[in-house]
Design a protein around this ligand. Structure first.
Ligand SMILES: Cc1ccnc(S(N)(=O)=O)n1
Ligand SMILES: [Zn+2]
Length: 260
């Protein structure tokens, strides 16, 4: 069984062969067109609330197609479009081989250099991520755009400074200093778009309430270079770059905005 990836022979256009849901009606990512979004005051009546905790020894790993941090502490979100409490499971990123591409969601057709995903599962209804992953209300993922600035992102710096230690597939380390993922969020989390979608990589389950923040976080070019130096396999293997799925049609879905 050929494993899926982002190359010509195993990339997003081929995934439907092994994962038919790729042709489904609530797939992600999408192109976000702010003028097509419906401002919904219900989203602000019950504001999105983030209660993240410090992670004592956060595990950072290279699963081969991204870089991922696994979360053990009780970090939860609720409110906004969500019913119940969703618990942070992991976060990871998607990025380009150059600054002109890399994000999965696009904004009026524009790609950002990268996109950070914080993946949560509905801990009110389900007992684990594994149980929640294929349920229509199982997951909630924060999508945060990354843009280039001349200053490094301090929160990401604890990670980008040690990426060389997880350069190769299946390498993992523990971040020594305690790490609170709240440092990864943009300053203003009250302005976001939300819609019902899916995982953007196989198994592509249509189980995600997406929350994409309007405000990007700012990273340096050196930090982008650190992501692009990660390898898909062992020493000498190809760099992990362009690990993004292009946007899918919104179809009959409603894109809602928490702001005018
Ligand atoms: C945990 C997980 C699996 C697959 N895809 C995603 S993603 N890229 O939609 O956040 N997350
Ligand atoms: Zn992702």
């Amino acid at each position: 069984m050929a494993t899926w990836g982002y190359g010509n022979d195993n990339g997003p256009a081929t995934w439907v062969k092994s994962f038919p849901v790729a042709a489904g009606t609530r797939q992600s990512p999408i192109d976000i067109v702010p003028t097509a979004a419906k401002c919904d005051t219900k989203l602000t009546e019950n504001p999105l609330t983030v209660n993240y905790s410090p992670e004592p020894a956060m595990e950072l790993c290279n699963p081969g197609l991204s870089v991922k941090a696994n979360i053990k502490s009780k970090s939860v979100i609720k409110g906004g479009p969500l019913e119940g409490e969703y618990k942070l499971e992991q976060f990871h990123l998607h990025w380009g081989s150059a600054d002109k591409q890399g994000s999965e969601h696009t904004l009026n057709g524009k790609m950002f250099p990268a996109e950070l995903h914080l993946v949560h599962y509905n801990a009110t209804k389900y007992s684990s991520f594994g149980e929640a992953v294929d349920k229509p209300d199982g997951l909630a993922v924060f999508g945060i755009f990354l843009k280039i600035s001349d200053k490094p992102h301090q929160g990401l710096k604890s990670l980008t400074d040690v990426l060389s230690e997880v350069q190769y597939k299946d390498k993992s380390i523990n971040i020594k200093q305690e790490y609170n993922p709240v440092c990864l969020l943009p300053d203003n989390i009250n302005k976001y778009w939300t819609y019902l979608g899916s995982l953007t990589t196989p198994p592509l389950c249509e189980s995600v309430t997406w929350i994409v923040f309007e405000e990007p976080i700012e990273v340096s070019e050196d930090q982008m270079k650190a992501f692009r130096a990660l390898c898909c396999g062992e020493c000498g293997s190809a760099p992990i770059v362009d690990n993004y799925r292009p946007p899918l049609p919104l179809g009959n879905r409603q894109l809602r905005a928490s702001f005018q």
